[in-house]
Design a protein around this ligand. Structure first.
Ligand code: HEM
Length: 435
């Protein structure tokens, strides 16, 4: 095993405590227990995010907000840190430098961010809602006659993907490669680098086709954007949008459905009707944000931050999940909400999520469609028996097995992957890109 990147390199600060591991089954089973132990060490604590990589994790709400807004002390550019990380490390597909909004500062960041914002602004909310509802109904129809299903693999994991790939014009046969690429990145799986390169390959091919023959999709719009991005820059922004967009939206849908089906406050099944999708989504964003630990930053110089010495170039991550649930001071109340009424699930500062509104709209529509059609849904296993996906960055149930009264009256469906006339109109959510 490669030794962890530690204090003598820009990897992390020296500490007498063995860092808590955030990448194994223990962390996935009890993240809030880990956050409590980390909080006891102060506003920042040393963690291990892969067998070969350590980081400092911010668990304090105010320290998190300060860091996310402090562009003078911190850079988003990981290149100095990366020099000390094994080239095949499973976290590099998430944290390694690419020319995108996520890894740049100042004017370079603004150029990418403007292009992304303008592209996302092409997504008309009423068309997005209609598209999500359309895909949702097709996915539900695939298992609604059986009386059982897995709401992750058969629904939450497929729905945002269909919307993104359709909006960007990805060929239906390539969608599985996109899922594999974004999923492996988030899991920090052994094959993360290969899966990420495959995802880049899909998008590179798409961009080269659209450069030659423009279509009515967001890829074409991004290529023509006044920022004048070159092909590689367009590929990297699309890959960023796919990876930042697909997995967290899947997890928001999955976690909110789990909340509705398992919390006693929600009656244990949807029969009680106690909770709206809105309440469940809000609860998840506070207590189990889909991106649990991210916001990678690197001090520009040696410094002290909230009483903790930091070394230039070392990796500092923000635990949105821990920061959100810090209050009261003991940090042990599962219903805790930190700060002055704002959670950090979308991050804060110049790199806050640019897609909060479409992401919320997708998640809410997906949940409403499902729960209005399969209204006696209930979990088929005890909540405690659920398995969570590994990886330090996300909070993601691996499966959500459910049962319900089968619906026998659905018309014959070709399945969500089967092409229909609608699939040949890729830009169903964005209007006319160049218009
Ligand atoms: C529930 C869904 C989502 C959540 C919880 C979420 C959360 C976040 C968070 C916490 C960040 C900051 C990451 C960091 O600084 O390391 C972020 C950034 C970003 N998100 Fe989202 N996101 C979601 C959905 C989406 C969707 C649907 C898209 C695209 C359609 C998207 C696109 C992006 C992009 C491009 C960035 C980078 C922004 C920058 O660095 O300037 N996200 N998101």
């Amino acid at each position: 095993m490669t030794p962890p990147v530690t204090g003598t390199s820009p990897g992390t600060a020296p500490s007498l405590l063995e860092p808590l591991a955030l990448y194994g089954a223990d962390f996935a089973a009890d993240p809030h227990g880990h956050y409590r132990r980390l909080r006891a060490q102060g506003p920042l604590a040393r963690v291990r995010i892969a067998p070969d990589v350590d980081a400092l994790l911010v668990t304090d709400y105010h320290a998190a907000v300060d860091l996310l807004r402090d562009t003078e002390t911190f850079t988003k550019d990981p290149r100095a840190w990366q020099e000390g990380v094994p080239a095949d490390s499973s976290v590099l597909p998430m944290l390694g430098y690419r020319p995108t909004a996520l890894f740049t500062d100042g004017a370079v960041h603004a150029r990418y961010r403007d292009a992304i914002n303008d592209t996302l602004a092409r997504i008309e909310p009423h068309l997005l809602r209609a598209e999500v509802a359309r895909v949702a109904q097709r996915l539900i129809a695939e298992f609604s006659a059986t009386g059982t299903g897995d709401l992750i693999s058969q629904y939450a994991r497929r729905l945002p993907l269909h919307v993104f790939t359709s909006a960007f014009g990805v060929a239906p046969q390539d969608t599985e490669r996109v899922v594999r690429g974004t999923g492996a990145m988030m899991d920090s799986a052994q094959d993360a680098a290969t899966a990420y390169e495959d995802l880049v390959g899909v998008v590179t091919e798409l961009v080269s086709v659209r450069r030659r023959s423009p279509g009515r999709d967001l890829t074409t719009y991004l290529l023509a954007h006044p920022a004048g991005l070159d092909d590689n820059e367009v590929v990297r922004q699309i890959t960023l949008i796919m990876s930042s967009g697909h997995e967290p939206t899947t997890n928001l849908i999955g976690n909110a459905l789990l909340r509705m089906l398992s919390d006693t406050g929600y009656g244990g099944s949807l029969h009680g009707g106690a909770t709206t999708a809105h309440e469940a989504v809000d609860d998840v964003l506070w207590h189990d944000p889909p991106l649990a630990n991210m916001g990678a930053h690197f001090p520009r110089h040696d410094t002290e931050f909230h009483g903790v010495p930091l070394r230039a170039g070392q990796l500092v991550l923000v635990s949105f999940a821990a920061a959100n649930t810090q209050s009261p001071p003991s940090g042990s109340d599962p219903a805790a909400r930190s700060g002055d009424g704002a959670h950090l699930a979308w991050s804060a500062g110049p790199h806050r999520c640019p897609a909060k509104q479409p992401a919320l709209l997708m998640a809410m529509t997906a949940i409403e469609q499902l729960t209005s059609q399969l209204c006696d849904l209930e979990l088929a296993v005890e909540p405690g028996a659920l398995v969570w996906r590994p990886g330090p960055f996300h909070r993601a149930p691996a499966h959500l097995p459910v049962r319900f009264t089968p619906l026998g009256t659905f018309p014959e469906q070709g399945g969500a992957d089967a092409p229909d006339a609608a699939d040949h109109v890729p830009n169903r959510v964005g209007g006319t890109p160049n218009g």
